[in-house]
Design a protein around this ligand. Structure first.
Ligand code: SF4
Length: 227
C-alpha cells in the first residue's frame, strides 16, 4: 500500500454539506481519526480515540462527490480527531487540493511543526485553532495529555505564525464546564492583537459505559504527554 492509500485509511467520516462549520462558506467535511489529546469533554471521542470502530470511507466516494459538486462548495474542512497527528496528512491534502477549493484544517495546535509545513507548502489555506483555556488548565482540560509549559510553547509558535500570516488563522474556544469567564479572558489575551477568540457553546459528549471506563483508565495512566 502506498503512502497516499495509507493516509486515506484515516478518513472515518464525511459530511456532504455544512453551512456553519466555516463561517460564511458552504463546505464539505472530511473527518480524520486519531488524536494526541484526551479531553474529558471531547464530543468526538470515538473518532479521536477509537477510529477503528468506525468504517473507513472509500476515497472514490469523496473524490466523486468533489468532482460533481466542487462548483457548489466554497471550501473543504479537514477535521478530527486531530488532523496533524495523521502520518502523511500532507499527501491527503495534496490530493484534495486538486479540486481547487480552499481548505481549512481544524487543529488543537499542539503540533506546530506540522502546521508550519502545511502552511509553507500551501497545502491548507486556513487553520482553525482550538485554544482550550489558560495554559495552567491544559493538563485538566486535555486529560493530562499536555503540560502547562508544552501548551504555552506550542501555542506561542502558532501565534507567531498567525502574526506573520493573520489571514490563515482563526482561533476558537469552547465554553466547557471547567472554564470561567476570567479563563476565557486570559485565553483571549494570548492571541495576537488582530485576532479575536470565537466562543463556541459546549455540547456534552455522549459516551458509552465502555468508553467512560477506557477514558478513566487512560487518564489514570496518563502516559501520552505532549512535550
Ligand atoms: S483535541 Fe480534545 S476535543 Fe479535540 S478531538 Fe482531540 S480529544 Fe477530542
Amino acid at each position: 500500500m502506498n503512502e497516499t492509500a495509507r493516509v486515506w485509511k484515516y478518513v472515518r467520516g464525511f459530511e456532504n454539506l455544512s453551512l456553519c462549520d466555516w463561517p460564511g462558506r458552504s463546505t464539505c467535511i472530511i473527518f480524520l481519526g486519531g488524536c494526541n489529546l484526551r479531553c474529558p469533554t471531547c464530543h468526538n471521542h470515538q473518532l479521536a480515540w477509537d477510529m477503528h470502530s468506525l468504517p473507513a470511507i472509500e476515497p472514490a466516494h469523496i473524490k466523486a462527490y468533489l468532482r460533481d459538486r466542487a462548483g457548489w462548495l466554497d471550501g473543504i474542512t479537514i477535521t478530527g480527531g486531530e488532523p496533524t497527528m495523521v502520518p502523511g496528512v500532507g499527501e491527503l491534502l495534496y490530493e484534495i487540493k486538486k479540486f481547487e477549493l480552499p481548505i481549512k484544517v481544524d487543529t488543537n495546535g499542539m503540533r506546530p511543526d506540522i502546521i508550519k509545513d502545511l502552511l509553507q507548502y500551501k497545502l491548507a489555506d486556513t487553520f482553525a485553532v482550538d485554544v482550550k483555556g489558560p495554559y495552567a488548565k491544559y493538563p485538566a482540560l486535555t486529560g493530562h495529555a499536555v503540560s502547562e509549559s508544552a501548551a504555552q510553547a506550542n501555542l506561542e509558535r502558532i501565534f507567531e505564525m498567525a502574526r506573520t500570516k493573520p489571514e490563515a488563522f482563526y482561533f476558537r474556544i469552547t465554553r466547557v464546564p471547567d472554564l470561567t469567564e476570567s479563563d476565557i479572558g486570559t485565553a483571549q489575551g494570548y492571541l495576537p492583537i488582530e485576532h479575536e477568540l470565537k466562543i463556541q457553546n459546549y455540547v456534552p459528549p455522549r459516551r458509552t459505559p465502555e468508553h467512560a471506563q477506557t477514558d478513566t483508565e487512560e487518564r489514570r495512566t496518563a502516559g501520552n504527554v505532549v512535550n
